[in-house]
Design a protein around this ligand. Structure first.
Ligand code: NAP
Length: 481
């Protein structure tokens, strides 16, 4: 059964039923789920102005009052997890259980940041002279704008909106054109929770994405811009923000996560972790293990266990019971995976399982394990964003770390070992914003999520995530006798 949902945009506390609309498709069967307003730069400007008008009253509320409204928003999300899960699954393709998990994960940011903003403490700084006293105070940065991707239609929005609202900022988001409905469901619940008009706005678009982005980046009313998506677009938008109005920028960009399995690892745990990391959302997350590096001595044993487990993964539409791997988001995505696997096979890689599209439908790909992968292949150098696990052999810890770091990206990295000294050593040597040892899943609301190198700027989640939406103001009390 398809869930009920809002399909109009939400600006200044009003639902905008504009006539110019675009289609939202179900990636499992390409059926039309809804038609959503295709807004442009002018409507984005209206949303920013609404956020600007709403800012003083929202920022002036004590953190405790904002937290009470956010708690109500969170409670409504939790009461609505089934519907949110169905919506995320219908427009994004992920299996319902995984989609409901995303809804709970997304809601957790709203609860946590509402609470945390009560503790947005400044500092007193010991003075350098007898006549002065120094303090810092934390203040909301102002109107925030955000652009988010389709692979987490809910969590990528709440991870930005929750710290923004908690800090006292107001917020305008442009959701991805493939998955705008979850964003509108969040607006519906925000309205019910008592979030005042103008504080949370959703500008949907399809044909005017670049215009919407330009207005957000160039508007002097917007003081903070946060983007999650590809490195290519992130670089352009980041440059536009700094070049026009020097606004604060957070960029959560692409990854190319290595997952290292050392000979001393618990192999069953490593296989479980590799599958959890690689095949989540059919391989379409920025922290998915992109390439799996396996030590020579256990390569054969690991690849056999991994292949057996991957061959059992159930593929199908997200609303079907027991499905673990849904469709890819669109035709372009499936073509990219086919191309990358085809090139690897032509260059000597071997498909231990999979290696082709799946009969479940036009956008399904069979979960794949590739052996004999070499460092020059694109499946090693580029983000695959599909259910394909390339295995690369290594002979020493130094070689493994060198392969892991041989990329312009540095978002997540994983490794499996029972040696505690190696655990410290490798965790320190790997160039990534997040390192997970003996575990394929780590993301939640309390940790600082983000990357180094071309994987981005800033952190989302945790105390660091709140900092991104506040300014630290220094105040000098002078003239003491
Ligand atoms: P994308 O093409 O960069 O799209 C992401 C968002 O940017 C969408 O809302 C898209 O809007 C918008 N966009 C595209 N072109 C734009 C432009 N010229 N101006 C303004 N906005 C523009 O990325 P994607 O392929 O959909 O998403 C996957 C990427 O996101 C992967 O690289 C993945 O690693 C990364 N990601 C990173 C994180 C992280 O936390 N680091 C998390 C999730 C995903 P339309 O939908 O309207 O095109």
């Amino acid at each position: 059964m398809s869930p009920t949902f809002r399909s109009d945009a939400y600006i200044d506390g009003a639902w905008r039923a504009d006539a110019r609309r675009f289609l939202v498709l179900n990636p499992a069967n390409q059926s039309v789920i809804a038609e959503v307003p295709d807004l442009g730069g002018a409507e984005t400007q209206q949303a920013i102005e609404a956020a600007h008008r709403a800012l003083p009253a929202w920022a002036a509320k004590p953190a405790k009052e904002r937290a009470a409204i956010m708690r109500a928003w969170f409670d409504l999300m939790i009461a609505d997890l089934d519907r949110l899960g169905r919506l995320i699954s219908a427009e994004g393709g992920k299996p319902f259980g995984e989609a409901k998990g995303e809804a709970a994960y997304g809601a957790a940011f709203v609860e946590w940041f509402g609470e945390e903003a009560k503790r947005a403490y400044g500092r007193t700084i010991p003075s350098t002279t007898a006549t002065r006293r120094y303090v810092t105070i934390k203040q909301p940065i102002g109107v925030c704008a955000a652009i988010t991707p389709w692979n987490f239609p809910m969590a990528m929005i709440t991870r930005k909106a929750a710290p923004a609202l908690a800090a006292g900022c107001t917020f305008v988001v442009k959701p991805p054109s493939q998955t705008p409905l979850t964003a509108l469901a969040l607006a519906e619940l925000a309205e019910k929770a008592g979030v005042p008009p103008g504080v949370f706005n959703v500008v949907t678009t399809h044909d005017h994405t670049a215009d919407v982005g330009r207005v957000m980046c160039e508007s002097p009313l917007v003081r903070k811009f946060s983007f999650t998506g590809s490195t290519e677009i992130g670089k352009k938008l980041g440059a536009a923000c700094v070049g026009s109005t020097v606004k604060k920028v957070s960029l959560e960009l692409g990854g190319n996560a290595p997952l290292l399995v050392f000979a001393d690892a618990d192999l069953d745990l490593a296989v479980k972790g590799a599958i959890a990391s690689k095949f989540r959302n059919a391989g379409q997350t920025c922290v998915c293990a992109n390439r799996i590096l396996v030590e020579d001595a256990i390569y054969d044993a690991f690849s056999k266990k991994m292949t057996d487990a991957v061959a059992k993964l159930k593929v199908g539409p997200g609303d079907q019971d027991g499905v673990e791997i849904g469709p890819l988001i669109d035709q372009k995505a499936i073509e990219k995976v086919e191309r990358m696997v085809g090139e690897a096979l032509a260059s000597g890689a071997v498909a231990l399982t999979g290696g082709k599209k799946h009969s479940a439908g036009a956008q399904f790909y069979t979960p794949t394990v590739l052996a004999n992968v070499t460092r020059d292949m694109r499946v090693n150098t580029e983000e695959i964003f599909g259910p394909v696990a390339p295995l690369i052999r290594f002979k020493s810890e130094d070689e493994a770390v060198a392969i892991a770091n041989d990329t312009p990206f540095g978002l997540a990295a994983y490794f499996f070992t029972k040696d505690v000294n190696r655990a410290w050593r490798v965790a320190e040597r790997i160039e990534a914003g997040m390192v997970s040892i003996n575990d394929g899943i780590f993301s939640n609301e309390v940790i600082p999520f983000g990357g180094v190198k071309e994987s981005g700027l800033g952190r989302e989640g945790g105390v660091e995530g709140l900092e991104e939406y506040m300014e630290t103001k220094f105040v000098n009390f002078g003239g003491f006798a």
